[in-house]
Design a protein around this ligand. Structure first.
Ligand code: PGA
Length: 249
């Protein structure tokens, strides 16, 4: 079922003390919208964040995981490890993972399979580079990212997937896709899903926009009919800004 979601991707920010104080502040904020709220702290703070939001309407999610169950993968974290501390959702395929850690459509397809095998929900990220958009290739790029990593799945699996369209040129740059650019791409994503899985899967899919969403532009972006929420980087590190975005619905 389609939902409103606002997820804060903390990236490699906030040690234990900052995590504690930001969560304490987030818990004082009033939620006036119907959006599901998620935060994605670093691995080292996941357990603490999970414990301290237990009684709260905030889901703690992971920023990444490995596709293997276990073994000799120094520095990696498995789906089972995340599940063992209560984490039920994982962000996969963020453009920073693709750009700096060599994640590919193929490795992401494996990660998606592993997460789903563990009954986890996946926030699957994708989006074009500036050069793709300048060349008019943004739809082709997005279509291939979705097809290569997800189109081996059965229709039923899409109930556990949230899509996050994040044009790389808009991430952390202060430059946002215009609400129209976001809407056009989200409509295209739905059409792509519909072509393979039919109307219900496409219509039920929650599609988030990510890339410099701020309190001053969230309302307009979220007002578009195919935009169901946001994946928020920089602005999720300030409780006031984050909740202004959560409440923009
Ligand atoms: P940003 O990051 O909001 O800082 O642009 C978005 C993201 O990377 O998810």
């Amino acid at each position: 079922m389609r939902k409103h979601i606002v997820a804060g991707n903390w990236k490699m920010n906030n040690g234990l003390i900052q995590t504690e104080s930001l969560i304490a502040e987030l818990k004082t904020k009033q939620k006036t919208s119907d959006a599901e709220v998620m935060i994605a702290p670093s691995f080292t703070n996941l357990w603490h964040a999970f414990e301290s939001t237990r009684q709260h309407d905030i889901e703690v999610v992971a920023q990444n995981m490995h596709f293997s169950e276990k073994g000799a993968y120094t520095g990696e974290v498995s789906a089972g490890m995340l599940k063992s501390i209560g984490i039920k959702t994982v962000i996969l395929g963020h453009s920073e993972r693709r750009a700096y850690f060599n994640e590919t459509d193929e490795s992401l397809a494996k990660k998606v399979d592993t997460a789903l095998a563990h009954d986890m929900r996946v926030i699957f990220c994708f989006g074009e580079e500036l050069s793709d958009r300048k060349a008019g290739n943004e739809e082709a790029v997005v279509e291939s990212q979705i097809k290569n990593a997800l189109f081996h799945l059965e229709a039923d699996a899409f109930k556990h997937i949230v899509l996050a369209y994040e044009p790389v040129w808009a991430i952390g740059t202060g430059e946002t896709a215009s609400p129209e650019q976001a809407q056009d791409m989200h409509a295209f994503i739905r059409k792509t899903l519909e072509s393979k899985y039919g109307h219900t899967v496409a219509d039920d899919m929650t599609i988030l926009y990510g890339g410099s969403v701020k309190p001053n532009n969230a309302k307009e972006i979220f007002s578009k009919p195919d935009v169901d929420g946001g994946l928020i980087g920089g602005a999720s590190l300030k409780a006031d800004d984050f909740y202004a975005i959560v409440n923009a619905f």
